[in-house]
Design a protein. Sequence first.
Length: 120
Amino acid sequence: MERRVRGVSSGTEEVVPVDYHLACKARIENRWVVVDAAWDPPVARVGFPINERRDGVSDTKLSVESLDEVHRSVQEHVNFVQARRVSWTADGNARREHFVDALNKWLEDVRRRLSSHSQA
């Protein structure tokens, strides 16, 4: 599976393999609650979802858009990801790595710019 993404600074469109993100469910106060890693607050200003008021008993917002893949165990998830990743071509993997590197650099730039604005 691949998805089209548009470069923020370049405006060019690329196709990259869909990558995988793991969110968990934890049993809290006798019910299952979604627990996901959160983006840091500065990136909320550019549209990333964050959990501003985490209460410890409610679902967290998902950090990424869900493709509705649900795995009942860690092993089921590992098997799923391994099966999908072996289907990636060398070119697809290189495009994915390029996308992840570019995203991380852009996020660091956003954080730096927003930090310098808040200190001014």
